[in-house]
Design a protein around this ligand. Structure first.
Ligand SMILES: [Fe+2]
Ligand SMILES: [Fe+2]
Length: 505
């Protein structure tokens, strides 16, 4: 049983002939659309679904051969079989018809049995052809889907809901897709609170619409013979086993004619009402898309977990490095945020912004090697002590090492005390010789150090700190900083204050 009646377009300028064809076809389960001339026939094909055309050869306005050629020249309609009806049985006319692309010929007066036999045979061929085209489209769609994933998959930003939107957009029937695809898709997702959320998807005026709805009682489907192949034809859905399921959905104003579904605890997808009979093949396509999505979700959560463990380890190492230092509260966490703010303002890529936020925490890790009496000394350091103190940059880079993943952290450790004018340490680098992450860290570190109470000084308020950095106080001078980073700092001053206040303790 097919989901809809095959639609036959009968084209003839003689009304009695059209009537006769209608009388043959309608009682046999076909839907008949008529046109009185070629022009009208082409208009109808453009605006509605047609499965087969019965075309008279001799017509005013536009002859049958020309109409047939126009149908076959159109990429969208070339698979619609055309039967030419003709009283002309000459070989010449048949050749003309074949050249125009006609599949079959019928002679007047009609023989009912012959009309039906030819139509049935051509519709079968068309059905197989449509399946082939659909299979090709599905393979192309799956390939594109895979390609999109390879090109755009970002495990740290993976969002299941937008991924589901994207796959449903591929599965669902748009206005122009006719009947090969389902008209409605229902999705059931297990949310973070361990509740099921339901969504109904449909294309409304070419726009994908997702509507949440609540299913009070869980939907129960009859046991499937093979749980991987859940496809339910119209004949099955009509049966008594499915009545409770169909009734329940009807209560939500959702009608089900046929259905293909993928069911799992985390994510279930129900594709409803294909305009043709559904098969195991539709199941394979749906399963493939949903399983890929679940795989991405699992991959994303594993990557996120690893990333969290990585950040945790970096923080633990950073905290260990504060062992001998005076208590600076959440200084190391705050500088990470300042650095990320500056990097973003400087239009650095997201990967850099994130890396600088995490790895900036290790800027003073080398202080593990600096004696506590130097770190905690209330007065000025002697030249010898100052030399030891400066070594923390070199020790830091050595501790972090040269793993590619820690490149920014290592670079910050060695260069965060370099100054734009060349007056910094340990290498007295100047201008752009200093890596950008070092230039960013320098200003972030300065801001926070000025605000904090230290053994040798009181803490400044935001306004005084801002003035010290932007105008200088003899000790800290604007020429120490990269002008571009300084400019970004000026624009972000209120954000710096907000981070400091939020993470003060
Ligand atoms: Fe430092
Ligand atoms: Fe610091």
């Amino acid at each position: 049983m097919t989901a809809r009646k095959p639609i036959i377009l009968c084209v003839d300028d003689e009304q009695p002939n059209l009537k006769l064809l209608e009388n043959i076809l309608v009682p046999r389960g076909f839907e008949v659309v008529t046109a009185a001339n070629g022009q009208e026939a082409l208009e109808k094909i453009k605006t509605q679904t047609v499965d087969l055309v019965l075309l008279d050869v001799m017509m005013p306005v536009m002859g049958g051969f020309e109409v047939c050629k126009k149908i076959k020249d159109d990429q969208k309609n070339r698979n619609i079989p055309v039967i030419m009806i003709t009283a002309l049985t000459t070989k010449k006319n048949r050749i003309k018809g074949i050249e125009a692309g006609a599949e079959e010929f019928l002679s007047k007066p009609f023989d009912q049995a012959e009309v039906l036999a030819r139509i049935t045979m051509l519709l079968k061929v068309k059905e197989l052809n449509d399946k082939l085209i659909c299979a090709y489209d599905n393979i192309t769609s799956l390939t594109n889907f895979g390609e999109d994933i390879i090109n755009n998959f970002n495990p740290l930003e993976f969002d299941l809901m937008s991924q589901v939107d994207s796959i449903v957009g591929r599965i669902l029937r748009q206005k122009s897709d006719l009947f090969e695809k389902p008209e409605t898709v229902l999705v059931r997702i297990l949310n973070n609170r361990n509740n099921y959320e339901w969504f109904r998807y449909e294309f409304v005026f070419d726009k994908l619409e997702r509507t949440p709805f609540q299913i009070v009682q869980e939907l129960k489907l009859p046991e499937a013979v093979d749980s991987r192949l859940r496809f339910y034809t119209e004949a099955m859905m009509d049966g008594p086993l499915f009545q409770p399921f169909v009734e329940k959905l009807r209560a939500y104003l959702i009608s089900v004619k046929n259905m293909v579904c993928y069911m799992s605890n985390n994510l279930s997808v129900f594709a409803l009402n294909y305009g043709r009979e559904v098969s195991a093949y539709d199941c394979a396509v749906l399963n493939s898309i949903v399983i890929q999505t679940l795989f991405l979700r699992s991959l994303s959560s594993q990557v996120k977990e690893t990333e969290e463990a990585f950040e945790y380890t970096v923080q633990a190492l950073a905290r260990a490095s504060e062992l001998n230092d005076e208590d600076t509260g959440k200084h190391i966490v705050r500088v990470g945020f300042y650095c990320a703010l500056l990097a973003k303002k400087l239009n650095m890529p997201d990967s850099f912004v994130n890396a600088v936020r995490v790895q900036a925490l290790l800027h003073d890790v080398g202080k593990i090697h600096t004696p506590a009496e130097i770190l905690r000394k209330p007065g000025a350091l002697t030249p010898q002590e100052w030399k030891v103190m400066q070594q923390h940059t070199i020790h830091g880079a050595r501790i972090i090492g040269d793993h590619a993943r820690m490149k920014i952290g290592s670079s910050i450790a060695i260069s965060h005390h370099e100054r734009w004018d060349g007056s910094g340490y340990p290498d007295s680098l100047k201008g752009e010789q200093i890596p950008v992450e070092g230039r960013i860290m320098n200003i972030a570190d300065q801001y926070d150090a000025l605000r904090n109470v230290r053994a040798y000084k009181l803490g400044f308020d935001h306004k005084t700190t801002f003035q010290t950095i932007t105008e200088g106080d003899g000790r800290t001078m604007p020429q120490h900083f990269d002008p571009q980073v300084l400019n970004a700092f000026k624009k972000l001053a209120s954000n710096f204050e907000e981070v400091y206040e939020r993470l003060k303790v």
